[in-house]
Design a binder for this molecule. Structure first.
Ligand SMILES: [Zn+2]
Length: 283
């Protein structure tokens, strides 16, 4: 079904497509590889499962533009990482555009929500949406909001019982958010085996060694990519504990946060693939 309206990206009144907030190829892959052939949530109301959620957001020209970025990412990062151990990922400007398109979509669908009025970073969120829109629409480079990072995740071998949902979370879920605390604000998007972070305010680049997405392209070595940002790891830990409805001590919390961080670094650990196989057979 199509409806007439203003495209959020190019601002032209056109027929709008029902756009996916998160890329179609991911929900397609989750469905295809699940035993039930359906997208599943965790059954916990605290965890909004954002599957192939759709909205009338873009015209078909803009939708086609985003599809090109998605296809590029699916072919060059997503499918190769699922089918085997790959150490080196070379990329071009498409990766930055793909992450920027995820980042922008998350901002544009969420920014009017009341919760963001409480943030001291609301103005930066608005400015960030504008810059990313101009970039995606007219290739005007985002001068203030161009720090984006990519991390790779895997199965956690022997996950402690407090975070039994971890393997499901890192390999079967789509979770995208615009987050803020009193010190930082950032975009976060988790898809199977990958995590993306975009700085809105206060996120420090040196917490993401060898993981920054270069706008013109570059190379990632999975053995060197690290993501040690305390904001991101404590958010993911909280998410995992919510899945299990667990209350734990600060000390346990710290142990789990460290485990999350090392999971995001240890993609090339071959043991993960044994767990991958074992875990997949039980899904
Ligand atoms: Zn458009």
């Amino acid at each position: 079904m199509k409806v007439e309206g203003i495209c959020k990206l190019c601002n032209i009144n056109k027929k709008l497509e029902e756009s996916h907030i998160t890329p179609k190829f991911i929900s397609r892959w989750i469905k295809k590889t699940s035993a039930t052939g359906r997208l599943r949530g965790l059954g916990n109301p605290n965890i909004p499962f954002q599957d192939g959620k759709k909205q009338y957001l873009l015209c078909s020209d803009c939708e086609d533009k985003f599809s090109k970025y998605e296809t590029w990412f699916a072919n060059n990062f997503f499918h190769p990482s699922i089918s085997g151990v790959k150490i080196t990922y070379e990329y071009n400007e498409m990766l930055f555009k793909f992450v920027a398109s995820l980042f922008w979509r998350s901002l544009v669908v969420n920014i009017d929500r009341k919760v963001y009025d409480e943030s001291s970073f609301k103005q930066q969120m608005i400015n960030c949406e504008i810059e990313l829109r101009q970039f995606l629409n007219k290739e005007i480079f985002p001068t203030d909001f161009n720090e984006m990072y990519i991390g790779m995740t895997s199965f956690i071998v022997n996950a402690p019982k407090e975070i039994r949902g971890a393997n499901f979370f890192f390999t079967r879920m789509i979770d995208t958010q615009v987050l803020f605390t009193d010190k930082v604000s950032y975009f976060y998007c988790l898809i199977p085996y990958f995590i993306f972070v975009g700085n809105i305010a206060g996120i420090e680049s040196n917490n993401f060694p060898n993981s920054k997405v270069n706008p013109i392209g570059g190379k990632f070595l999975t053995t060197q990519m690290t993501l040690k940002d305390p904001n991101v790891s404590s958010f993911i830990t909280k998410r995992l504990l919510d899945i299990e409805n667990t209350n734990i001590s600060d000390a346990q919390n710290k142990i789990i946060e460290d485990m999350i961080l090392s999971n995001i670094e240890k993609y090339s650990n071959s043991q993960s693939f044994i767990a991958h196989f074992l875990d997949n057979t039980s899904l």
